[in-house]
Design a protein around this ligand. Structure first.
Ligand code: AMP
Length: 195
């Protein structure tokens, strides 16, 4: 049986990570966030983490070959056998093409792309809010959430490199667009009704 592969897409601060966690809970699929994998590599001081860090702190994308290699390793784990929610990958057309080819090797393909749409201004407020919330909770805020210049650069790179992928998937007729300005539960309900 082919695996269920769901992509969650949207600008930084769109809440896609939160929604992916909830979908993981409800759909029993493995949630893979490439950003989270990089942050783990950084906290473990690995060579890969050190390479990724220099790009992440500038709000730039980590080069494709580093990202795809790391993802391939993660996708080989047992918990991915029934299906995956991919959060933050693909972020470039080249990554989308890689993913299609890689999935095809096992007879799989992307089942659905959920696009969480949020205006830029709200994204910036949410990212700043996330940093404040982490600090209030006594946790370390994400380094790339603390610097306004990095936030603006992440948004600009998203529009330039990631937004065009939506048309790549729209041509396949698999995009589900969600107004992500709504509450967390409303967004989840709407998504699960549509899936
Ligand atoms: P995220 O947690 O998804 O917001 O990702 C945080 C940062 O990790 C991004 O701003 C990028 O620098 C890097 N990153 C995550 N996923 C990718 C990817 N698919 N390709 C390149 N860089 C990525």
């Amino acid at each position: 049986m082919s695996k269920k592969i769901i992509l969650v897409m949207g600008p930084p601060g769109s809440g896609k990570g939160t929604q992916a966690d909830l979908l993981e809970r409800d759909l029993h699929l493995a949630h893979i966030s490439t950003g989270e994998l990089f942050r783990n590599e950084i906290s473990n001081n690995t060579e890969l983490g050190m390479k990724a860090k220099s790009y992440m702190e500038k709000g730039e994308y980590v080069p494709d070959e580093i990202t795809t290699g790391m993802l391939k390793n993660r996708m080989a784990a047992d918990d991915c056998s029934t299906g995956i929610i991919l959060d933050g990958f693909p972020r470039t057309i080249a990554q989308a093409e890689f993913l299609d080819k890689f999935l095809l090797e096992s007879g799989d393909s992307v089942s659905r792309v959920i696009y969480y749409n949020v205006p830029d201004e709200e994204d910036v407020n949410r990212i700043k809010g996330r940093a404040e919330h982490d600090i209030e909770e006594g946790k370390n805020a994400r380094a790339d959430d603390l610097n306004e210049e990095t936030i603006m650069q992440r948004l600009s790179v998203y529009h330039e490199k990631t937004e065009p992928i939506l048309d790549y998937y729209r041509a396949k007729g698999i995009v589900l667009e969600i107004d992500a300005t709504k509450s967390i539960n409303e967004i989840l309900d709407e998504t699960e009704d549509e899936l």
